[in-house]
Every structure is written in structure tokens, then in C-alpha cells.
Write a protein that binds this ligand. Sequence first.
Ligand SMILES: [Zn+2]
Length: 372
Amino acid sequence: MRSKSTGNDEGKASHIGNNNVRNSKDQHINRNNNYDKPNRLFNRDEVSPGFREPYIIRGYRKPNVSFKESLQGIFRLNNETFNIWSHVLATLYFIVRYSILLLELRKPESSQKDFFYPMLSSAIGTCTVFGMSSIAHIFNSKSEHMHSVFYFLDYAGISIYTYTSGQVMYFYNRPINTGWQVFESASLYTAIGASLSFLSTFLSCLVKYAFKRHKVYGAMARVVAVFAGWFNTVLSLVVGVTICTCHAVTTCQSFLPCNDTMVSHFKRHCFYSIAGGMIYGSRLPERLLPGKFDMIGNSHHFLHIFGALSTEYAFKILENALESRRHPENELLSKTLIDITVFDTILPTLIVFIGNFAISCWFARQVYKKVN
Ligand SMILES: [Zn+2]
């Protein structure tokens, strides 16, 4: 019977879950059933609704654990193990990757010092998204309310990452002579990117806060909001690769069209971003076989891995863009895309950083207000 339980019977499951948590008799039975054993894993109908993930049946950690127990959970096999480790490792990997490149750009003899600040913004966004996701997955079983709060912070991390990715792509790769206002004004591009990041965090938090019983539809709504922000990040590349050339001086010009390696990285970046979003939104494959992908192979795992791969290819595009500037053929482009200041980059990144976390904190406050 349990294997037939899915995200669609949330109402029925919710009733069962509430009884399990609130009914002291049931709690007594659970305790006799080794409830307090640290290694014990729980089934979907043994945890309250706030902890449940659609179509994930087994492998839940003990609910309402302490800070120390949450940390110990990192080293025990459960249905969050893959989510935690995939992004802990991604965080460490990108810290090393960005540090090497930033130190290179910062060297006194570097001819590309101008490009330090957008790369620093990108590093802040990337480390925030993977770091925040790791923290959310480690601590989300602390309590039902903290589960929501950590995900609000996770959503803020995604929006900050999307904004900073757009910023660095803009300063490294935007096409010139397009006649498009958005490519002539860094302020306009910043305003659009920042607005989309705030909207994405707001919608993601709203879905989690107000539509808890419709997680699948909620996930799809989130994907649409995140996709809008992501499209803004790749706008410079899409325009460059579709309507520009790399050597024309009268029509629009971009680093991409004559650089097969960059185009290949860009295609892979798009593939992993879109595929990750679609798989997560559809909740496949666990939707077809609930309970078979609890520990490994569910849509959230694909989202984590594809997200890290799309970030890696975006990073490779940036490395290539820096390389392309040294090529004599790209002299005009290289001379045009300079004079990048801290006010164009780090300052708006800090505003976006604070703004997105402020939205998350506002929703966190609503959660606790509701409880009290
Ligand atoms: Zn995640």
C-alpha cells in the first residue's frame, strides 16, 4: 500500500502525518519502535507534511533534530545525502576555480584587471548558490518551519547567482553595435537583472509558503520564474551567436560567432540549464515509479548535477572570453568592452544580495508569525 503513496494523495497523507506528529499515543508507539535511534530512517507517512517531497517515499531523516544531529546526518545515508554532497563538493570546486582566476586577474602585470570585478561578482553568486543549497539540505530537518525558512534562503541564493551570472556575461560577452538599448546601458541591464532576481525569489517563496499542498505545480511555477532570470543571463550570448559576427564593424559584433569552442560551451550550458529545470519541474523519474529513486536518481539529484555542469560551462565561456580578447582580430571588441567599475558590478551585486535575502527573511517572518 505504501508504495502507492505519491505526491497526489497529499491530503490523505497530510491527515496521517498530522496524526503521527500530534497524537501522543502514536508518538509513544514510535518511541517503542526505536524512534530515537539516530540512524533510523522514516517513511513518508511518518513525517509531517512540511518535510515531504513529492513522490519520495522512504529515507527521510528524523524530524525536529538538533544542530549537532543535522551535522551528523551529513555522514549517514538518507534521502538528502546526494543533495548535500553534490553541492558541498560543487561549492569547494568553484571556490578553488574562481580563486585561481581572480588571483590571475589581480596580478600587477595582468592586462585584464578591468575584468576582475565582474568575475568577483560571479564568484560571490556561484559560491552563494551552492553554499546556500548545501546549508539548506543539511539543516532542513531541524523543524517544519526551519525547513521552509532554509528553502527561502536557498531560493535567494539561486536568484543572486542568476543575477551575477548575467552581469559577468554582460561585461565579458555583450555584443556591440546591435542598436539595442539594453547593450548600451549597463544600468538598464542591471535594473532588469535585479528586478527578475527579486521577482524569482518572491514567487519561489510565495509558492512554498502559500501552495504547500500543490508542490508539483509550485515547482513548475518556480521553474518559469527562474527561467526568465536565466534567459536574461544568456541574452548577450544568444544575440551574439544568432545575429552577430566576430569581425564585422558596421553591424553587430561579438566574440562568440567565430569561436567554435565558446559556441560548444554555450550549447552545453543551455542544455544542462534547460534539461535540469525541465526534469525538476516534471518530477521525473520518481513520478512514474514512486519510491524507486528515493536515495539516488530522482529529479532533485538531476537538478543539482545539471546545475553544477551548466555553471562549469558558463565558467569555461568566461575563460574563453578572456582568452579571445588577446587575439589581434578582436581588437575593436576588446577596446570597446572595458572601463568596468566597482559601481557597475560589486555595488549592485551587494544590493541584489541584501534585497533577495531580505525577501526570504520577510517570508520566514510570516512563517513564524503564523505559528505564534
Ligand atoms: Zn536542492
